[in-house]
Design a protein around this ligand. Sequence first.
Ligand code: AHR
Length: 683
Amino acid sequence: MLPLPTFRVRLLAAGLTGLSWLPAAAQTAAPTTITVQVNKPGGAVSKNMYGLFFEDINFAADGGLYPELVKNKSFETDEHLVGWKALRGGAGLETYAVLTQQPISATNRHFVRLNARVAGPDAGMVNEGFRGMGVKQNAEYTFSLYARKGPGSVNSLTVTLESEKGQPLAQAQVSGLTSEWKKYSLPIKPSATDAKAHLKITLDGAGTVDVDVVSLFPKDTWNNRPNGLRPDLVQLLKDMQPGFLRFPGGCIVEGRTLAERYQWKKTIGDVASREPLINRWNMEFKHRSTPDYYQSFGLGFFEYFQLSEDIGAEPLPILNVGMACQFNSAELAPMSSTAGGPNAGNDPNTGDPTLDTFIQDAIDLIEFANGPASSPWGAKRVAMGHPAPFNLKMIGIGNEQWGPQYLERYEPFAKAVKAKYPNIQIVSSAGPSPDGELFDKASKRLGELNAEYVDEHYYAKPEWFREHADRYDKYSRKGPKIFAGEYAAQSVAIGSPDNKNSWDCALSEAAFMTGLERNADVVGMASYAPMLAHVDAWQWTPNMIWFDNLNSYGTTNYYVQKLYALNKGTTILPVQLPGNAKNGQDNLFVSAVADNGTGEVVVKLVNYSPEARTVKVNLAGAKKLGKTGKATVLASPDLQAQNTLEQPTNVAPKESEFKVSSAIFDYTLAPNSFTVLRVAGKK
Ligand code: AHR
């Protein structure tokens, strides 16, 4: 249970002591025979089966995937000087004010006016970055800002990048200031690497200068894009060959209030004019409060679509269904407007957006992603540099919603989207818990409504994952498909700051995922949550990938996800254990698929036991059997083992070959291991 009043009390399977597992089989015991029915293939495995869930939590966007180094570059945050401090050394800075007269754009209304009474070397301001600025020796960065000269003799500004200890790493001058707003760009090349540098801007002379949209952006971005993403993080994602990217959340879609909801239309177009919004996670956890956490939307919907394309994932945007987060204000948009004409979509009394507005946002999004240049929203995508459609195929209506308020909004929402775009698949929500009354009611009703995908979330203790590896064995084959949209084993409790990305959690998830794979005819998509976390600025743990300002690593959980994704195959192969043995009995979990592309049989085995154990694998009906197979093993005798920035591959996959003497062969599983065997045998 979450100890925090502001977040959910979830039906967590906390403190379960587990089934009365049989003692682990010793290596000396007769090997268990696992029969993989190669000759009786089942349903198809979705090619999007294993994907990613991105949410801007833990500094995942600003300070993470989006590599802008200046925090609050436009002074548009509620407290306009978040991230900035005045330097008052030397002759001193007289004025340091946020003003709004003649701003650079209607959505970028604030700027800073710097005024030095007399000339001095240290009159200006400093930006702290996102827990510092990670800069690399001799790498290229572009510094840019908008500036406008006021009264006095200041014709230039000095820009200094300093190390954490205050040593200069690079310096440049912005010269030729005029009385009109103008954008200036300069190259910056640090002389040394520093994870926590900061940036100073000082006035050369006495007088006044207005400053806005201050940016320090690395040239080294994914695909070398000017507004591109952090390459090491994108690489980790791409390496997983993800089937889809679910974005932008998460509770962030909902907002604490409807006014603070995620509005995709405000996240596209000119980056300098995107208005920042408070991040819903900033104060959610009192013990990890982050008052300086805003969304700059430098990473906005266009960039999410582009990222999906770059990593080969189907985009899956999640849209607000007219409900603010039910763990917070639970505000509801009125069902529909009675006013027609220009005011349609707004409540005639309050002016607040009605459900119509939310539906229209979804319809416009589909046009933005897929529409031709001749359509109003398609034209905006084209203007941003992507003439080809993004080929959006699915959207989610609501994040983690529950109760009748959701169902009554979901129904007209889904109908309206389908009426306009019948081929767009819709993901609906089963709420925050994987069971209980609300879950049952939502699942039943969504079934009656012929929902296509129902998004189920499970955050629970590791043992819950092992005990529920059979969750989908009994699901109806005629109902909606399941999207396991958020899951992660919580070593202590949901929301606990002590949760770890331990091997115990990852191995339990691997065990659970054998059940997803065995039931891939029901479960069409699955994603671990959350995806990214800054080691110095997180709110939530565990997470799949951790990073600091320079480096990143995949957790043990990352490697489990990656092994499933890289070995998802194309067709389910039924698996039998001896007698009445259940999958998961004796801490042995198994699933298998055929890979019709390569002609291989792929068997996944989880040995959640401190003992090695030998299994007899029977590839029944295999044809053209290979003489050797490839084993990929993720193992650690220590269930508490973790990867870290210092030891990023402490628990990481190791590959080896093994002999395949016949269609029935022995294989010894390492203690506490997840093993993927690939053997030619399907052609
Ligand atoms: O993954 C963190 C949060 O957990 C998500 O924002 C939300 O959907 C779930 O409650």
